[in-house]
Design a protein around this ligand. Sequence first.
Ligand code: C5P
Length: 438
Amino acid sequence: MESAFIKRCNEVRGTIEGFGNPLIVNHYDADGLAAGSLVAKALRNRGINYSMLTLRKLEYRSEMRDAGELIFVDFGGVEEALGDVLKGKKVVIIDHHQSSEGEILQANSQLFGFDGGSEISSSGTAYMVFRDAELVDLALVGAVGDMQFPLKSLNRKILREGIENGIVRCDIDLNIFGRMSRPLVWFLSYCTEPFLPGLTGNDGNCYRFLSETGIDFRKDGKWRRYFELDMEERIQLISALVAYLHSKGAGEAAKELIGEVYILAKQPEGSELRDAKEYSTLLNACGRHNRPEIGIRVCLGEEGAIEEARTLLNEHRKQLREGMFYAISNYEDFGKFYFLDGRGRIEDGVIGVVAGMLYGGALPGDKPIVGIAFDEEGKIKISARATRKLVDGGLNLGEALSKACSSIGVGGGHNIAAGATIERDKLNEFLLNFGRAL
Ligand code: C5P
């Protein structure tokens, strides 16, 4: 099926290369921004003009009316939602959501037997369409942003190409957030994946913990960061963390500490953009806090963008940490699933991220979680998350949400992560429907 997928990707590239001035319409999360930017860069490489539109959810916009050519990126259900208004226009879709073939030409691995939740992202799909070697970094940033690690299947193929071309490195290391950019004390105190009991959220304890390890976490008047530690110091820190977590009964969290990390070798040492996870979090921060254009400017390498993105990142991490503390003591067990009512407490832009983070040690992975928050129109934004194990056992959240919302709203997504929006007064109906759909 891989060859059929690649053939389709080539066909989509051929169509796009015939465009004169397309509108790229991309989703606002990290994968959507990375994928949209990847398409933009590929068009630049080919000397094709373009404009861009980033959306939180797929809806009709006047820019679409004015465009003769459109490239939808990281949106499922384009044809169902916009088929009528797109008639007569030249349109292609680059996506990885659960989908079926329609009239519009679509590069989507789901149609060729690959799971878009774990085997390839929209950014990866965009890379497969254009295959410009230097764009592989964005393909991996998007995959990591969609929590598709460790990278396997088509993602792995893309990673291998990146390694062969000297653009990416893959190491096994401590894989918590901030290896490049966070001084060690805050590296630990801001760590929410996994949750480090006694350390997450407590700067003083992190300071004491690091002092006891004997590692110089301040040198020549400067706070040191993880990437600056030598191998011996890294091993010292990891061993101390593992022993500490076991002493706190958090052995599961200890298992999550080590994993593959993807280093973008062309980016400067110490920059967020050098680590795929930090890069994707930076993009998520931009998109989820209503400044997607900053994320795109970061991807396009525009001057000053990264400084603006950092401010949003700090706010994002703060919201995640606060949301996480609230979630840990307020989630409920609804029998078939866990429920997190974040209305008025957690922003709709981060509810899904917080819900997913609960699996990092705070929540047993025995059933899915549904988080809810108010969106900017006062409707209820639903984000559902599951574990890989549940999905391997047959769970499909995208289908479950789409069924549960069929008469009360719109919902869909991947088997492991899905979302929906419903009216305020439809919550009980949704919860009943969702329990049944599961
Ligand atoms: O919004 P949230 O982050 O929870 O969405 C999880 C996944 O579900 C995303 O990939 C999003 O594109 C998808 N989704 C969808 N249809 C919706 C809402 C979300 O396909 N109505």
